[in-house]
Design a protein around this ligand. Structure first.
Ligand code: NAP
Length: 248
């Protein structure tokens, strides 16, 4: 086991499923004390048990992340569990699709609350503390449809486009204090959340050079790279992890 994150505490939102769960497992494998959040306590405790069974350190924090208050509460509970937070992975996200004209206002607000407002206030809470300690790493999870216009993806894609700009703005704001802020931009990845797309996910992936859907562990490996010293000179980057889909 490489101990690249030994002695650190990492908060992974949406750690109960898919990319977030794979990231929690990967960061724990690198020696981090992982605090993972989600709404589903059963799945959360399963991930904690799995990490502890392989000698890692993990805690679950149950939270419905909907607003600034819930973001601040999760940050506080992660701080309690680990003393302080060195690594933040803003992964929790929702991705409803559909024609613009069919999106109710409540759906618009829900997507922007989960995908933009919560990451914003988690960084507002934890970024300055990392900066005060002179070190830290933040990774935001975006998507290839933040830069690629696709019918049916206007709402979701635009929320992730916001997170990509925030990644650069936060790199500028916190980078001089030793906090690196980056993003990954995954392509189609097989998770509980994308099961609903059925064959559509494979069709989307087929057009890219890799020609296949990713496993969540492949996205997690890129996130792990961005939070360890292996990426010490990478700041404000949006790393495509999409089998080349954005390149062609
Ligand atoms: P997933 O399997 O649906 O998992 C989503 C996670 O987010 C779950 O752990 C869920 O927790 C959590 N979450 C959602 N809403 C929440 C809320 N209101 N409060 C607290 N937690 C909440 O999704 P995924 O496919 O792994 O996607 C993870 C991230 O990658 C998302 O940001 C997504 O936009 C991005 N992404 C995914 C793909 C893909 O193809 N899979 C591609 C590009 C980008 P609970 O289930 O415990 O509530």
């Amino acid at each position: 086991m490489t101990e690249g994150l030994s002695g650190t505490t990492a908060l992974v939102t949406g750690g109960t499923s898919g990319i977030g769960r794979a990231t929690a497992v990967a960061l724990a494998g690198l020696g981090a004390h992982v605090v993972l959040s989600g709404r589903d306590a059963t799945r959360g405790e399963e991930v904690v048990s799995r990490i502890r069974a392989s000698g890692g350190k993990a805690d679950f924090v149950a939270a419905d992340l909907t607003d600034a208050a819930s973001a601040r509460s999760v940050a506080a509970r992660a701080r309690e569990a680990g003393g302080h937070v060195d690594v933040l992975v803003n992964n929790a996200g929702i991705f409803p699709t559909g024609p613009t004209a069919d999106i109710p206002e409540a759906e618009f607000d829900r997507v922007y609350a989960t995908n933009v407002k919560v990451p914003f206030y988690l960084v507002a809470e934890l970024g300055p503390e990392m900066a005060a300690r002179g070190r830290g790493a933040i990774v935001n999870v975006s998507t290839m449809v933040a830069t690629r216009g696709m019918a049916g993806m206007a709402l979701y894609g635009s929320s992730k486009a916001a997170i990509e700009l925030l990644t650069k703005a936060w790199a500028a704001e916190f980078g001089p204090s030793g906090v690196r802020v980056n993003a990954v931009s995954p392509g189609p990845t097989r998770t509980e959340g994308t099961a609903v797309f059925g064959d559509g996910l494979d069709e989307l992936a087929a057009a890219g050079p890799a020609g296949r859907v990713a496993a969540p562990e492949e996205i997690a490996a890129a996130i792990a790279f961005l939070v360890t010293a292996e990426s010490s000179f990478v700041q404000g980057a949006i790393l495509p992890v999409d089998g080349g889909r954005l390149a062609v």
